[in-house]
Design a protein around this ligand. Structure first.
Ligand SMILES: Nc1ncnc2c1ncn2[C@@H]1O[C@H](COP(=O)(O)OP(=O)(O)OP(=O)(O)O)[C@@H](O)[C@H]1O
Ligand SMILES: [Mg+2]
Length: 261
């Protein structure tokens, strides 16, 4: 299997604060990773690095057979689908749902190509259909519910047919039905052999979709544990990650955690 991400000794320092501290991390093609950790652990920073949106202060970052710093990031970024709150906040309020998705392909084509326009629209429509959003095509993005917005953002991240999909807290702000719907859809995506290698960031064990293969636990910018999911999502590792004694259950691939008293 080829390597999708290869981080060696990666640190990110801002002023006196170390956001990421000597991270070694390898992600191979076909793997589905979940990244867990408390607020401020460095999860979003790690995803910014993996998405070629940020350079490390120290260390080497390999992404899709390229080395960050030695590659034009504008060629690399379209190969990576990213959905995050900071990206969503850049979407103009009145942008129509279909456009939110279709504009993600402009980065790929790099220029306006009339003949591609139709194909792009068709692909965007199909993705929105896959994510249950085909009746919302002309709705302004700002008018959608949080759950609907999340699904549009994932469709957008998939628009360029990326080789790597990075999702930063796609479950944030969803109600129970919304979360369960998202977990089911992500689980289906994980099971699709044609789906891109995926990295999902979350705070909540309940949001880990069944079928995800690996986990990385972060605390204070450092790795607590990483590897095959069952070996990593243990009471010992999760208690150390979140800084409190936890009871952890795994019910048919659905994990849950509660404080141990
Ligand atoms: N420019 C900066 N200067 C100093 N500290 C920063 C800077 N940018 C981010 N940080 C800090 O780095 C830490 C890691 O941030 P990051 O957003 O990666 O955390 P996170 O794990 O995604 O947290 P959350 O779960 O809350 O989203 C935070 O404590 C944040 O305040
Ligand atoms: Mg974050």
């Amino acid at each position: 299997m080829s390597e999708v991400l290869g981080l060696a000794g990666v640190s990110v320092v801002r002023g006196t604060k170390t956001l990421l501290d000597s991270i070694d991390w390898r992600v191979a093609d076909g793997e589905r990773w979940v990244v867990l950790g408390p607020n401020g652990a460095g999860k979003s920073t790690l995803l910014q690095i993996a998405g070629a949106r940020m350079h490390p202060t120290r260390g080497v970052v390999g992404i899709l057979d390229e080395v960050l710093g030695a590659v034009d990031v504008f060629e690399l970024r379209p190969r990576i689908g990213l959905a995050s709150a900071s990206l969503a906040s850049q979407i103009p309020e009145h942008e129509k749902v279909l456009n939110v998705v279709v504009t993600a392909s402009y980065g790929v084509t790099g220029r306006w190509r009339e003949t591609y326009e139709r194909d792009d629209e068709r692909r965007a429509f199909r993705l929105l259909e896959d994510w249950g959003m085909s009746t919302f095509l002309n709705r302004p993005f700002a008018s959608l519910s949080e759950g609907e917005r999340k699904r549009v953002q994932i469709a957008r991240a998939l628009m360029s047919d990326p080789e790597l999909l990075l999702l930063d807290e796609p479950g944030a702000g969803l109600d129970l039905a919304g979360r369960e719907d998202l977990v089911r859809r992500l689980s289906e995506l994980a099971a699709d052999p044609l789906a891109p290698c995926t990295v999902l960031v979350t705070h909540h064990l309940e949001e880990v979709p069944p079928g995800f293969t690996h986990a990385l636990l972060l605390r204070d910018g450092g790795v607590v544990a990483q590897g095959p999911i069952d070996a990593v999502l243990t009471e010992e590792h999760l208690s150390a990650t979140f800084g409190l004694p936890l009871s952890v259950t795994n019910n048919g691939g659905r994990y849950a955690a509660t404080a141990r008293h």
